[in-house]
Write a protein that binds this ligand. Structure first.
Ligand SMILES: Cc1cc2nc3c(=O)[nH]c(=O)nc-3n(C[C@H](O)[C@H](O)[C@H](O)COP(=O)(O)OP(=O)(O)OC[C@H]3O[C@@H](n4cnc5c(N)ncnc54)[C@H](O)[C@@H]3O)c2cc1C
Length: 384
């Protein structure tokens, strides 16, 4: 693992630092809708200078950035304390999946408005009885002429309330011949139709970040199948691989910032000499550093072998548990101050609860590490 940047990577980092310095969207406004509109504007600014999706090829409005450069982008975005673009699922998940499996017409139609945040995307994978075991999903799509008619329910659909399009995985072959992974199809579903009802779910933070999706006779034209009928599992895995590898760098930088802010809070309260506080801060510092180095190791694997290794699972597991530990420690340290309504530490504490569930639960990630890193035997009857 070589941690030094090449000359061109260092130049790219400096260019980004200068750009973020000159481009500050200011503070997020109050209110869910206003905050979302603010992030949409921010994405337009990024897209104008081809920074919205640096890893996309120039032909689609990106910069053809290497994996290291893409990581540098997220690191600098986090360092400059700039927000993630609004259409993060479109940029990190839908776009790369369409680039891999889309027809030329699909690429031309869907990619440009992802980049400019004109059309927001959500991910319709999880269902009430299919989360970790995604292949158990029951939402059905039945062929009707040159259209598909979809019926079912999705849940936890982040950002569905703002979305024009949904990456929808549905069952198109109910015989189950060849196992539950066969007979799934990946669709690009228009959310703006009467057959799709979005009902927000309010989280412990008070935000309706995700939604239930009730799909009752929604219609999807044939040309919106991505990657071929019956090939949905393969297409969905591409989306999931992009999910885990894309955000790792941003998250580890965010963790470091939170820790620095917590140290400032502790210093302001003259608590740094308290041996228990110092001990805990030392431990969190060590974990943040391990996370950073493991994220780099993951990067090296992708550059060497072309695909993400098990490090993606390790970093997601380590990040989520350390982030929860940090937020809990902040609450212990600041006492009632941390829980005052509107205090950002209260938000961090409450939001962090979902970290060990979203993007793969810790138990599932531990299974992956046990089987693929440690070579332990596979759990009998376990979901793939
Ligand atoms: C903030 C947030 C945003 C999300 N956004 C989206 C989104 O936009 N789109 C989307 O499709 N989904 C989204 N999800 C859903 C998320 O991907 C699922 O919650 C996750 O995959 C777990 O599925 P589940 O909730 O059905 O739990 P289950 O799979 O039912 O798991 C329940 C419990 O059993 C454990 N478990 C299950 N199987 C095993 C096993 N084989 N071995 C050991 N333990 C096991 C799990 O770890 C968990 O503790 C989001 C979730 C959160 C928290």
């Amino acid at each position: 693992m070589d941690l030094t940047f090449s000359e061109s990577e260092a130049a790219f980092r400096d260019e980004l630092r200068a750009w973020f310095e000159n481009n500050d969207p200011g503070r997020s406004p109050e209110g869910e809708d206003a905050a979302y509109a603010w992030r949409r504007d921010w994405q337009r600014r990024l897209a104008d200078d081809r920074y919205a999706a640096v890893h996309w090829s120039p032909e689609y409005g990106g910069r053809g950035a290497s994996i290291t450069e893409s990581a540098i982008f997220f690191e600098e975005l986090g360092r400059a304390r700039r927000p993630l673009p609004a259409n993060v699922l479109g940029i990190l998940l839908a776009g790369p999946t369409i680039m891999t499996f889309g027809t030329p017409e699909q690429k031309e139609r869907y990619l440009p408005p992802i980049l400019t945040a004109e059309e927001i995307w959500c991910q319709g994978f999880s269902e009430p009885d299919a989360g970790s075991d995604l292949a158990a999903l029951k939402t059905r799509a039945v062929k009707d002429g040159d259209e598909w008619v979809v019926t079912g329910q999705k849940v936890w659909t982040s950002g569905a309330q703002y979305s024009k399009w949904c990456m929808l995985v549905a069952r198109t072959d109910v015989d189950g011949a060849g196992g539950k992974h066969k007979g799934l199809t990946y669709f690009l579903m228009d959310m703006e139709q009467p057959g799709v009802q979005v009902r927000p779910l309010v989280q412990i933070t008070g935000e309706p970040e995700f939604n239930e999706l009730f799909i009752e006779g929604a219609r999807i034209p044939d040309e919106n199948v991505l990657g071929g009928v019956g090939n949905g599992w393969r297409v969905a895995l591409t989306t999931l691989m992009n999910e885990r590898s894309g955000l790792a760098f941003f998250l580890q930088v965010r963790l470091r910032q939170l820790l620095d802010e917590l140290v400032e809070e502790a210093a302001a309260r003259e608590l740094l000499d308290d041996p228990v506080v110092a001990d805990k801060i030392g431990l969190l510092h060590m974990k943040a550093e391990i996370l950073r180095l493991t994220a780099y190791r993951g990067l090296t694997t992708i550059e060497k072998y072309g695909t993400p290794g098990p490090e993606g699972s390790l970093t997601k597991w380590m990040w989520s548990e350390t982030n929860q530990e940090l937020a809990q420690f902040a609450a212990d340290l600041l006492g009632p101050d941390a829980l005052t309504n509107g205090n950002r530490w209260a938000y961090e504490l409450l939001r962090s609860r979902g970290n060990t569930i979203e993007g793969g639960t810790t138990e599932i990630l531990k299974n992956i590490v046990a089987e693929r890193v440690l070579g332990l035997p596979r759990l009998k009857g376990a979901a793939a």
